[in-house]
Design a protein around this ligand. Structure first.
Ligand code: BG6
Length: 500
């Protein structure tokens, strides 16, 4: 199957295609949005491919009696919607056991202990719950004597809502499980193109040699979504877009883009380099928050010709939560000094796409006369995460013909769908089996998470002081005009997604 893709990030100590050992995976929040949309489909896919050992089980935790019967039905419906055959759905459901308990009530954990029984399988606990349940769940698992010496816990992002709460969670979890059995998940790290970023950089001399302020003019990281609140109002309105997307996904993309070469592809080496980048991010504090960041909230507009409601309308009340963030940052290192990095992400934007666009410096002097071209565009490398994942390089080319020399920009286009026959797995497919295999390369160390909060907290605090109300933008647009101003006042513009 996916030999190239799946082996790409395997550290040497874990040979490629290590079989997944027999396991019991316990999912807290099994009826929730993430479990239904991502976790069960990813596990079912792996099960269908024969990657999961026969005796392995998935234990879904529910709180109410009616969900004990309801959960398998819900899973079956979801998997059928994903296009799985009836027999594949049935085979997967055989692995699923539903357990009823109340995460905050220690006396209810007996049911889980009994369901798990005594066996030598790898036990993993996926906490797909709000972060305020992380500590009680870990403590209750320990108190009920459910954790074995190889048990591991998987914590969903965002980890806490600021540095203090993240530390509190990390400290409490550390009292129960060591760091090497704590998996902080950020599904962006499981995306093929994100992993390919390391291959692109460290397996090709061509790019790595130019990967610095010497040749790069600016970097733009965009994660644009067309969806709005979906059914997550309770969580999202409290978190806001900075905590939901920037503190984790965008900062992870930024660090992987900017890291120094690790000496080998191994969890410790990669994480050490990532932390150095996070520590070198120049703080944005006080009045700089107003200068270098923009927060927005969508109002009613149109996407694909359809009217979509504004955020407050979807929510049912007014709110000052941001649904869009743009910011300009810099990494104060020898390699990156002076290169502006622009981040932009939002809900209900004009198009769904995520990419890293690297614009190189222009040639120092044009030998082509004014009649040959309007201007020599700088080379631009676009690493596209979704859709049409792949890599594009914009070059200047001569238009064929024997008349006057004419020079125009054109694209070298390498798409995953045409370059490979393999199916691109969903990020969770890889990450869940990595946990069971014991590979932490694509998970965040506590220091990374805390460092990211250290950088994000003053921006959120600055918004309270300087920009308490987010700027408005129409659903279906590219965000508030201030986000365009943020980059244009420096003589640059956001990369055009339609070029890809
Ligand atoms: C999640 C956020 O982590 O990522 C969501 O909580 C967001 O708000 C989602 O929609 C985006 O993920 P993807 O893989 O669809 O880009």
């Amino acid at each position: 199957m996916d030999a190239i893709a799946d082996g790409a990030l395997r550290p040497e100590s874990i040979p490629e295609r290590t079989p997944v050992p027999p396991f019991d995976l316990v999912i807290f929040g099994a009826g929730g949005d993430l479990a239904m949309r991502k976790l069960f489909p990813a596990l079912a896919q792996r099960s269908r491919e024969g990657v999961l050992p026969d005796e392995s089980r998935i234990l879904g935790i529910v709180r109410k009696q009616e969900d004990v019967e309801g959960l398998p039905k819900q899973i079956a419906k979801r998997l059928a919607d994903e296009g799985l055959s009836k027999s594949d759905v049935q085979a997967f459901l055989h692995r699923v056991t539903v357990v009823m308990l109340d995460a905050v009530k220690p006396e209810t954990y007996g049911a889980l202990k009994q369901a798990l029984g005594g066996n030598g399988r790898v036990r993993s606990f996926y906490l797909s719950t709000p972060p305020d349940l992380f500590i009680p769940i870990c403590e209750n698992l320990a108190a009920a004597d459910i954790l074995t010496p190889t048990s591991r816990v998987i914590l969903e992002k965002p980890l806490g809502r600021d540095l203090a709460s993240a530390r509190e969670i990390n400290d409490a979890v550390a009292r129960i499980l060591p760091e090497d059995r704590t998996y902080r998940i950020d599904h962006y790290l499981g995306k093929e193109t994100v992993q390919n970023l390391l291959v692109l950089r460290f397996a090709n001399t061509l790019f790595e040699r130019s990967w610095s302020s010497r040749d790069i003019d600016n970097v733009q990281i965009t994660v644009a979504e067309t969806v709005g609140l979906e059914s997550r109002a309770g969580y999202y309105d409290k978190a806001g877009h900075m905590r939901d997307m920037v503190q984790n996904h965008l900062m992870q993309l930024l660090t992987l883009f900017a890291i120094e070469p690790p000496n080998m592809l191994e969890a410790g080496a990669v994480r050490d380099e990532k932390i150095k980048v996070l520590k070198a991010l120049r703080p944005i504090v006080g009045p700089d928050v107003q200068r270098y960041t923009v927060r927005g909230q969508y109002v009613a507009g149109q996407i694909d010709g359809q009217r979509v409601p504004g955020y407050a309308e979807e929510l049912g009340h007014l709110s000052s939560t941001e649904t869009f963030v743009a910011l300009r940052c810099e990494i104060d290192t020898w390699r990156w000094a002076g290169v502006p990095i622009y981040l932009r992400t939002g809900k209900r934007m004009a198009q769904r796409y995520s990419e890293i666009a690297v614009t190189f410096k222009p040639v120092p002097h044009s030998i082509f006369g004014a009649g040959s071209c309007d201007r020599l565009d700088a080379n631009r490398l676009v690493i596209r995460l979704q859709p049409n994942d792949g890599v594009q390089l914009q070059l200047m080319m001569k238009v064929p013909g024997s008349g006057r020399l004419k020079v125009v920009p054109r694209q070298l286009d390498l798409r995953y769908s045409t370059a490979f026959d393999e199916r691109t797995p969903d990020a969770y497919e890889r990450l869940l089996t990595d946990v069971i295999r014991g590979d932490q390369t694509l998970f965040m160390h506590r220091d990374e998470v805390e460092q990211a909060w250290t950088w994000v907290d003053p921006i959120i605090a600055g918004w309270h002081d300087y920009s308490p109300h987010p700027h408005r933008y129409a659903a279906g647009s590219w965000g508030p005009s201030q986000a365009i101003g943020l980059i244009e006042r420096e003589g640059r513009s956001w990369a055009d997604p339609d070029l890809v």
